[in-house]
Design a protein around this ligand. Structure first.
Ligand SMILES: [Zn+2]
Length: 390
């Protein structure tokens, strides 16, 4: 059977690569890959043979670079406890549901950041969906991280723990600090690992072709992580300008996960002091993102979905809006969730709309300036050249 070319017309295109928004574009694809991108006049099109997305913006399929698929993002603490202790079948139901929520918002790939029993490693999505896995995150025994990882004790060799799951993982997740304090603004926790331990972990990960994502807040934990040669800093609250400069110099990605702190503000039962501090932390992180943009740090959007009040899919829109609040243009925010993330995740076929790339894209109603709001209700999602039934 001869496979036909498929053509799609849109009024606006954000391709993930260019800083410019293209107008009146005809995309043609065959066998799931883009074969042609042309600028056309709508009146010259034969509407019979073209799928018409006039008054729509087309964007590459999105990527969320930091999620915890094993949890729903519920803000009720008792429900969160249950999810952390579910058996595999119950967890699988939650993951299936979360994957559906991502797809609904046009998110076609995620990078998981850890679950406490490594269940995600055994999960295979039923629909076309990229899932980069790490299984259990690694944290220092006695420190923060038990609900998403496994402890590294004084007697353990971190390299052995990394090699144990070498055939199942795409990347390694290491936790190298605590979390933000809501009672003491900007309080820094000690690094969990020293530079030698982290360097050994990164060396071992690289030897099996895996990248390393490091959870780190505060100057010292981030500085040590950068020196170890890791690939991305997760959260990076209060890391400071010097660390941002080093990240730009060494091409280390930053996944700032801003929405989780806003979720606390919106859904947490906080005291006046805690809510004032949460608001200040949020402002401080947006200012750091603005500085990162100025310095040329590569930012990949990550939501930390599954965390307290951070729902899969929905929080992606919130995180995009927060990048706009930090001074990003719509195109820059889209790039952080497409091309930048595809480089970080090593997914070359997606993340941009260009000749030879996979025909995986979203159409949303209206001008690009409304495109982030329009993700609430996407017009169409094509995955590998096929229209996905929402
Ligand atoms: Zn996380």
């Amino acid at each position: 059977m001869k496979i036909k070319d498929i053509s799609v017309f849109c009024s606006w295109l954000i391709d993930g690569l260019s800083d410019k928004i293209q107008e009146n574009v005809l995309l043609t694809f065959k066998n799931g890959f883009i074969s042609k991108i042309e600028s056309v006049k709508k009146e010259d099109l034969s509407i019979d043979s073209v799928f018409d997305f006039s008054n729509c913006t087309i964007l590459p399929g999105f990527i969320d670079s930091h999620v915890h698929l094993f949890m729903s993002g519920d803000h009720v603490l008792e429900n969160r406890k249950v999810e952390q202790n579910n058996d595999y079948n119950k967890t699988k139901e939650i993951i299936d549901n979360n994957v559906r929520k991502h797809i609904k918002r046009g998110i076609v790939a995620v990078r998981d950041a850890g679950d406490n029993r490594g269940y995600t490693l055994n999960y295979k999505p039923q629909i076309p969906f990229y899932l980069n896995k790490c299984g259990k995150a690694l944290y220092k025994e006695g420190r923060y991280g038990n609900f998403i990882g496994t402890p590294v004790s004084y007697y353990d060799l971190i390299s052995e723990l990394i090699l144990r799951e070498r055939n199942k993982i795409n990347h390694i997740k290491i936790i190298n600090s605590g979390i933000n304090s809501l009672t003491e603004f900007g309080k820094e926790t000690k690094p969990q690992f020293n530079e030698q331990e982290l360097s050994e972990a990164v060396f071992t990960a690289k030897s099996i072709g895996a990248k390393v994502m490091v959870h780190a807040n505060g100057r010292m934990p981030v500085e040590i992580s950068i020196k170890s040669g890791c690939h991305s800093i997760e959260h990076g609250y209060f890391m400071g300008i010097d660390n941002l400069k080093k990240m730009a110099d060494f091409n280390i990605f930053w996944v700032p996960t801003v929405y989780p702190i806003k979720a606390y503000l919106e859904k947490g039962k906080l005291s006046k002091l805690e809510s004032d501090n949460a608001a200040r932390i949020l402002e401080h992180q947006l200012e750091q993102i603005f500085q990162a943009k100025r310095l040329g740090v590569k930012i990949a959007l990550g939501t930390d979905s599954g965390s307290f009040g951070v729902l899969h899919g929905d929080s992606f829109i919130c995180e995009l809006k927060l990048l706009l609040n930090a001074g990003f243009s719509v195109v820059e925010a889209v790039k952080s969730a497409t091309i930048n993330a595809s480089i970080l995740l090593g997914l070359d076929e997606i993340g941009s709309i260009a000749k030879g790339k996979q025909a995986t894209f979203i159409a949303v109603k209206g001008h690009p300036s409304h495109s982030i709001e329009s993700l609430q209700n996407i017009e169409a999602l094509y995955i590998r050249g096929c229209l996905h039934d929402q």
